[in-house]
Design a protein around this ligand. Structure first.
Ligand code: AMP
Length: 504
């Protein structure tokens, strides 16, 4: 029997009494204890009727139990689908309808709202709370932790992660056992990860950064984690003393730089600081080095591919670049129209091929075809260029994605909500540099007539429609949106016009 991802991450450690994870409240779990929890999860899923290839969807607050659900789902042969906890019931309805999970696990407080949605899709709804209560635990408690792993091959699906969609519809990126395992192997090697490492885990676990980059790499190496519920700069400084590695998004480093406790001495025991999910300003990189003596290692990836490039562990880490292609992964800068590789130094479409590249979008063969070249390269949607030493610089996104606090927001989805409101003629949503969030979601709105709406009215109307991180930080008004000859709104002009909105 083989289950490639589970076997590599836990298999040989399932009898180990080495520490796997400790929480802020001081509880510890060994690899052995965690393996038996994952076994219990797998067994419970089987009892619920989950079969290999079925989907298990989870929208629950970060906890070790959600981690056990991840590994238990893999062990059962099913496909794990974590959802951002900020999604509203209206948003969740789409994901449930699209993925048709056999089981959906949510928090007790959202159970009433989600019951009909789960019923309609034929999903069994169970609840899980961070305090260890909920119907999931009641059910799990009645099953044993019988040791079994469902037989899977490397090309079988392990997870589906939803990305935001430019048309307002998210796409489920299908990730196989081989995709996830090969990337964990690459990162373990590239970052010199070993069983003596302790990761301070502060990221959400519904995203590939916190789930796959952080957890898969740690488990593959047999390392351990200090598991924090969320990133809080002062708490991070307190917990850093027990860690050797910190993985963050740029916002985290901006916040850490404001902490008086961050000194050379306070981090002298650390081995590695990494950053990704959004551009790390060269200025932040340099300030961090000046203060701590550490050069943050920036890397680049996407939900669809996991990690593609990384600055080197042993050689020069170049601020403003995302480093070089990881071993076994081909990263090319190509002409967006022809797909021909461009000469070094020229800016073009960043495209990727390798064992890390996903198997396509769930039930969207058309979309999948559009995003792949005939030779198998995946079109990332990012634009960039290579320097002469193979370091990649990302200069922007070909689509108008806004990245705020490391999370992606597609303007079109927000524009559709705002345009539907009374008193609004039209809107354009853009990302404006924000000192804390990297980019602040900003709505530029044209009113139907003078005072036909207001910032307060717009914000109140969308409050229950959109996850908090997608809601504009500011709404500004203008007489008309600038358009080019083809009628397209020139968002670059708007970005320039409002560039200092959050820094004035
Ligand atoms: P996601 O699918 O949520 O992981 O978002 C992927 C997008 O995040 C990429 O297409 C890039 O636009 C952006 N991204 C990830 N890492 C970096 C980085 N180090 N620098 C700049 N952009 C990044």
């Amino acid at each position: 029997m083989s289950n490639p991802l589970y076997d590599a991450l836990i298999g040989s450690k399932s009898e180990s009494s080495a520490r796997f994870v400790s929480t802020e409240s001081g509880s510890n779990l060994t690899y052995n204890q965690f393996a038996s929890r994952a076994g219990q999860v797998a067994h419970a899923l089987l009892q619920l009727g989950v079969r290999p290839g079925d989907r298990v969807m989870v929208q629950a607050d970060k906890s070790i139990d959600v981690l056990a659900l991840y590994l238990g789902t893999i062990r059962s042969g099913a496909v794990f689908i974590p959802l951002n906890t900020a999604y509203t019931a209206a948003e969740v309805e789409y994901f449930v309808g699209d993925a048709e999970p056999a089981v959906f696990i949510c928090t007790p407080k959202s159970e009433n709202q989600l019951k009909a949605i789960a019923d309609n899709a034929g999903a069994k709804l169970l609840t899980l709370d961070v305090d260890g209560t909920g119907s999931w635990f009641d059910f799990c408690g009645t099953t044993c932790s019988a040791v079994f792993s469902c037989d899977r091959s490397g090309s079988d699906l392990a997870a589906i992660l939803y990305t935001s969609g430019t048309t307002g519809r998210s796409k489920g990126a299908m990730l196989t056992h081989d995709n996830l395992l090969s990337n964990a192997q690459s990162l373990k090697q590239a970052w010199n990860y070993s069983d003596t490492d302790v990761l301070l885990h502060t990221l959400p676990i519904y995203h590939s950064h916190g789930l796959f980059v952080a957890i898969n790499t740690t488990m593959l190496a047999g390392a351990s984690m200090v598991f924090m519920h969320h990133f809080a700069a002062d708490k991070v400084m307190e917990n850093l003393k027990n860690a050797t590695v910190l993985m963050g998004v740029p916002t985290h480093y901006v916040r850490l730089l404001k902490e008086p406790a961050l000194t050379k001495q306070s981090v002298s025991h650390m081995r590695l600081f990494t950053s990704g999910s959004a551009p790390l300003l060269a200025e932040t990189h340099e300030s961090f080095t000046a203060l701590t003596g550490y050069a943050i290692l920036e890397r680049y990836g996407l939900t669809e591919t996991n990690m593609n490039t990384s600055n080197p562990y042993s050689n020069e880490r170049r601020p403003g670049t995302v480093g070089q292609a990881l071993p076994d992964i081909q990263v090319e800068v190509r002409d967006p129209e022809t797909g021909q590789e461009l000469p070094q130094g020229e800016t073009g479409s960043i495209e990727v091929n390798g064992p890390n590249v996903f198997a396509g979008y769930w039930r969207k063969p058309e979309k999948t075809r559009e995003e792949f070249r005939d030779d198998g390269f995946f079109i990332t949607g990012d634009l960039g260029f290579f320097d002469k030493d193979g370091y990649l610089t990302i200069i922007g996104r070909s689509k108008d994605l806004v990245i705020t606090g490391g999370l992606n927001v597609y303007p079109k989805e927000i524009e559709a909500e705002i345009d539907a409101l009374d008193g609004v003629m039209e809107s354009a949503v853009i990302g404006i540099p924000h000192p804390d969030f990297g980019e602040g979601v900003t709505a530029v709105v044209v009113m139907c007539s003078k005072d036909s709406t207001s910032e307060e009215k717009i914000m109140a109307s969308i409050a229950n429609r959109l996850a908090k991180f997608k809601q504009p930080k500011k709404v500004v008004f203008t007489k008309e949106l600038p358009r080019n000859a083809m009628g397209k709104v020139q968002k670059n002009l708007l970005r320039d016009l409002y560039s200092d909105l959050y820094t004035m």
